[in-house]
Design a protein around this ligand. Structure first.
Ligand SMILES: [Zn+2]
Length: 317
């Protein structure tokens, strides 16, 4: 078991019992390969994502979606139902999970640094960048600056926390922080700045474009762990640290099927309307459905805690 596998195992298991302190210490030893940070001052309690958070109960009547999908009545107005939350997704609810204090500061500083990495690395290539690659780029360019110990702890916690804690119920498709995308298995789609995996996704996209006479295009293809982290943190900044609200529009890092084959399409010339329900009203969407492409990941009643995304094409079951 390598150190990162160990930290992952501890984060899922013992660390939750020991209140996160153990994972903090293990995180310190893990990063010894990159730098040699001092241990926290004696008596210093490291911040953890779950510190002060209410215990989550994904089996609560508004949480799993299963009960309402089975026809259970809505609860009282103070306890919005699961479907109400994913319908009116971009607002806060009283039982949402919020970052506070130093965690909010770390969210902002880590998000800014990730944006600087993207600027230096290039928007297209950033989609494929691995966590290790991100660390190397940040060390090499002074315009980015090395990630601080606390920022890295924060990113680790965002990755390893069980997302059901804040209301996201999708599968974790990447379980390793060090997951890498083999560039030889990808193809850059001309004119879009995005990549697709060779094989199924590329073939499906090309057939869709041909069947729709070039009226659609790729708006987002492969997104590696770092790209998803940047999108999720940026969204969480706009929600003032509300991770529940952020996860209703964007899968948290590790949970996005964009890392393993799914992709987004849009109507040529539709601009931002490619990313709201208006897309489902377009001729292009209706033609896709009629042609049998109606394999959409996030339907209006999806059980993952995510808004309706008619533009997101499902590749893997
Ligand atoms: Zn998508």
């Amino acid at each position: 078991m390598n150190r990162r596998t160990l930290i992952k195992a501890m984060s899922y298991g013992a660390a939750s019992v020991l209140g996160g302190h153990l994972s903090w210490r293990l995180a310190e030893s893990w990063r010894a390969g990159y730098e040699l940070p001092p241990l926290p001052e004696p008596g210093t309690e490291p911040p953890t994502l779950l510190a002060g958070a209410p215990p989550a109960d994904p089996t609560a009547d508004e949480g799993s979606g299963v009960s309402e999908l089975a026809g259970a009545p809505h609860g009282d107005r103070n306890r919005p139902s699961y479907l109400e939350k994913i319908r009116d997704f971009d607002r806060s609810y009283s039982d949402d999970y919020l970052l506070e204090g130093v965690q909010l500061e770390l969210l902002a500083s880590a998000a800014r640094r990730l944006t600087r990495v993207q600027r230096v690395f290039g928007h297209g290539n950033f989609n494929l960048l691995s966590f290790d690659g991100m660390l190397q780029v940040s060390r090499r360019y002074s315009s980015i600056g090395t990630f601080t110990r606390r920022e890295l702890d924060f990113l680790e916690e965002v990755f390893f926390i069980d997302a059901t804690e804040y209301g996201f119920y999708g599968d974790k498709v990447l379980t390793e922080l060090t997951a890498e995308i083999a560039e030889r298995e990808t193809v850059k789609v001309e004119g879009t700045g995005h990549y697709l995996f060779r094989g199924g996704p590329q073939a499906k996209y090309e057939k869709m474009c041909k069947d729709l006479n070039g009226d659609i295009f790729l708006t987002s293809g492969i997104r590696g762990l770092v790209k998803q982290m940047q999108l999720f943190l940026d969204k969480a900044v706009t929600t003032d640290g509300n991770l529940s609200q952020a996860s209703r529009s964007l899968a948290p890092p590790g949970y996005s099927y964009h890392a393993i084959g799914d992709f987004d399409i849009g109507k040529v010339g539709a601009g931002l309307d490619n990313f709201n329900d208006a897309f489902a009203e377009t001729e292009e969407y209706k033609r896709l459905v009629d042609l049998g492409y109606a394999e959409f990941r996030y339907t209006p009643t999806n059980p993952f805690g995510v808004r309706h995304e008619p533009w997101h094409i499902k590749m893997k079951v």
